[in-house]
Design a protein around this ligand. Structure first.
Ligand code: BES
Ligand code: MN
Ligand code: ZN
Length: 498
């Protein structure tokens, strides 16, 4: 995939395909005249005068100028009203347009950056969002499709501007967009892979391969190492599985004075059957996505390695399957985490919080300025927020604000949920330090309250059960894994001041 800036007027090339975003009910103005090849400008002015294309958000139309202007095809995409424009508008518009192009068998495109000029966003950010939408909208997961040779993807894109002075900023935005989209695509690929192709060992191998390519440090703890670390909760969840567990440590930069350490933890259950508290079979196949938190952390670490922020960042992934067998963890069992805290296991299907407990305790050794965990943790979070937002809990208002702001900017919305004493009361055990479920009500929050007991640092928990994968195709994401979390973490790191 090649994306370059091109200086000139868009539509100057014969037989090309161009994508042009237009605001609602706006005529082609003077600045558009400078940006568009002149015959194309006249042609579009006449077409728009017909009034069929309104520029509504997500509206799309394909035009064929046929001799009246050079391009073979023009894909118009609506940006909605100028006042409501956001970077998310730009991502969606690009995604919708690129999907249409690929459907037409077009793999080379020219595009103008969506939005800049009086919408309150910088050219660089608009270019980044435009590119993110293109790359993510073009994403397909076809690793397991055979004999489908016509399913090629995007090959080259020219981002066209008439102003040489803008080229540098646009190039910067393209670079940032490619880095964040590629991290997101890695996360999608890892999460979309079926359970038999993405075991803990294979997940660790993928992390190691990525680290080798990007220059990150990578340490993979095997079962022996995990036993030495006394990660009793990870081992307990793994007990029913033939596949050995892994604990992945990815590291960017190093600890030093004046540089904050951030730790990202991703739930890495490569398949969640529920264990002995087995799930019902309807939809169980979706539980291959139960390592989406891990996928987000690995994808984000790739993007972070490529953007080289002056920070110390760790990505931790406790990885195992959750399966039932004769050796499996049982309801009623009491287990101990790395620090020795005891947990009464009421339900073996509440396994994510168990492996995260060990990982949260492991993170303490780095004295991080922030710990953020991402996990497809509870169905209850989906009941609360649907697919519209990631649920956020934590112990530090300042950190929650930063995460929320980063999510908003990245187009990955999070919404705060409380961790009141009531939820802590629900997970009191009469026989151990804590129990792993809190009854029927407030399931996302009792899970959050449980996690809070295993960290002393500023910490945020992101429950991505509703946002990690989608059943319906979205403007820049087909059915399947979304890669949620990658762009949020990357944004947070970029905005972080030590
Ligand atoms: N991985 C699931 C949560 C989940 C459910 C993610 C639906 C995505 C969609 C998690 O391990 C789980 O099974 N949670 C239980 C907890 C319960 C037993 C307290 C749940 O949500 O039902
Ligand atoms: Mn479960
Ligand atoms: Zn799970």
């Amino acid at each position: 995939m090649q994306i370059d800036v091109k200086i000139g007027r868009i539509g100057s090339e014969v037989d090309s395909t161009v994508i042009i975003g237009l605001f609602k009910e706006e005529r082609l103005e003077e600045n558009d005249a400078a940006a568009l090849e002149s015959a194309l400008h006249r042609y579009l002015r006449d077409v728009l005068a017909l009034g069929d294309f309104k520029g509504e958000d997500q509206e799309v139309a394909v035009l064929y100028p046929l001799g009246q202007a050079p391009p073979g095809r023009v894909i118009l995409v609506g940006l909605g009203s100028r006042g409501e424009f956001s970077l998310e508008t730009a991502r969606r518009a690009s995604g919708i347009a690129v999907k249409r192009a690929l459907k037409l068998g077009v793999f080379e495109l020219s595009i103008v950056v969506h939005g800049p000029g009086g919408v309150g966003f910088e050219l660089r950010e608009c270019a980044q969002a435009t590119v993110e939408g293109l790359l993510l909208g073009a994403y397909r997961y076809d690793a397991f499709k055979t004999g489908d040779t016509d399913r090629s993807g995007l090959e080259s894109v020219a981002v066209v501007t008439p102003l040489r002075a803008q080229a540098y900023e646009i190039r910067d935005g393209i670079e940032a967009g490619m880095i964040s989209a590629e991290g997101t695509i890695l996360a999608r690929d890892l999460s979309n892979a079926p359970g038999n192709a993405m075991t803990p060992r294979k997940l660790a191998a993928a992390a190691r391969k990525m680290a080798g390519q990007t220059g990150l440090k990578c340490r993979v703890l095997t079962r022996k190492d995990i036993e030495k670390e006394r990660m009793g909760a990870l081992l307990a969840v793994n007990a029913g599985s033939e596949e050995p567990p892994r604990f992945i440590v990815l590291e960017h930069g190093e600890a030093s004075d004046g540089v904050d350490t951030l730790v990202f933890i991703g739930k890495g259950i490569t398949f969640d059957s529920g264990g002995i508290s087995i799930k019902s079979s309807g939809g169980m196949e979706e539980m291959k996505h139960d390592m989406s938190g891990a996928a987000a952390v690995i994808g984000a670490m790739q993007s972070i390695a490529m953007s080289k922020p002056p920070l110390h960042v760790l990505g931790l992934v406790p990885a195992t399957e959750n399966l039932p067998d004769g050796r499996a963890l049982k309801p009623g069992d009491i287990i101990a985490t790395r620090s020795g805290k005891t947990i009464e296991v009421i339900n073996t299907d509440a396994e994510g919080r168990l492996v995260l407990a060990d990982a949260l305790e492991f993170a303490e050794q780095y004295s991080p300025a922030a710990v953020i965990d991402l996990a497809t943790l509870t169905g209850a979070c989906v009941v609360a927020l649907g697919y519209a937002a990631t649920g956020m809990m934590g112990n530090d208002d300042g950190l929650q604000d930063r995460v929320r702001t980063a999510g908003e900017a990245a187009g990955e919305r999070v919404w705060p949920l409380p961790l009141w004493q009531d939820y802590h009361d629900q997970i009191k055990s009469h026989i151990a330090d804590v129990k792993n479920t809190g009854g029927r009500w407030a399931g996302a929050l009792t899970a959050g309250a449980f996690l809070s007991k295993f960290t002393e640092r500023p910490w945020v928990h992101l429950d991505i059960a509703g946002t990690a994968y989608t059943d319906a195709s979205k403007p820049y994401c087909p059915k399947g894994a979304t890669g949620v979390g990658v762009r949020l973490l990357l944004q947070l790191v970029k905005d972080w001041k030590s």
